[in-house]
Every structure is written in structure tokens, then in C-alpha cells.
Design a protein around this ligand. Sequence first.
Ligand code: CMP
Length: 136
Amino acid sequence: MSNIEQTLSIIKPDAIERNLENEIKEMFKVNGFKIINEKKIKIEKSEAETFYKVHETKPFYSDLCEYLSSGPIVVMILEKDNAVLENRSLMGATNPKDAEEGTIRKKYGISIDKNSVHGSDSAENAKIEINFFFKD
Ligand code: CMP
């Protein structure tokens, strides 16, 4: 049975800075994702804090929010059968050092902070994250 889902993807500042936007989008497309909506934006630290609120008790929270708001990002709604899981598997492990060959983070990630992409971790969070960036 098919399970068409949408998930939120962010191309982070480190990847935009290195002009990897098109290469990363191509990886999504060749892996069967449709880009339903997208925009390039720069957010305030306070917006990053709201977006990453689930991490607010973590020691890396402040740096993480500082980083996501440090330069332009591309936010996208991706659609595919089982999009949430499929995107997580295409991105690879959070730390590029642990990511498998062929994944986005293995190919482009620099460090656990500069790991090039974010993706929703569950279908429930995907809805919340999509709504955060694409309200209307
Ligand atoms: P992301 O998928 O965007 O979700 C939260 C981000 O926090 C994660 O990618 C990493 O870039 C960043 N991060 C920094 N340190 C850690 C850590 N120790 N564990 C998990 N995520 C971390």
C-alpha cells in the first residue's frame, strides 16, 4: 500500500555557502522526491529557537540556533512514498563521520553542526515543521 507523505527539508547555511543547493536538490529528485514548495530565506535566531525547541535543554541548543540563523537557508516540502523515513535515510547519520556512503551528509557534511541538511524526524513533526515555514 502506498503511503505518500510530506516532510520538511532544510539545506543549511554551510551547504548554501558552498553553492551545493542544486546538487543537493538533484539528489532528492533522483531519489524520487518531488519538491512541492521551496523558498530561500534567512531567519532570526529567535525563529531558529522556536523551530528547534525540542532541543532547548541540550548543551548545543544555543550554538545550533546561532548557526541556523547565520546565513541563507533553503526550506523545502518534499513528497514521496514514506517521505519522512526515506529522507532520513538519504540524509544519513546526524554526524557526517558516521554517515553511510552515498548519503547527503557523508558527501557534503563537514561536522555534526555543519551537516548540510535537516529533515523532520517523524510524520507528526513533519506537519509541525512544514506549518512553521509554510503557513498558508
Ligand atoms: P538536525 O537534524 O538539524 O537536528 C538538530 C541538529 O543539532 C542536528 O541536525 C545537528 O546539526 C545539531 N547537533 C549539534 N550537536 C549535536 C549532538 N551532540 N547531537 C545531535 N545533534 C547535534
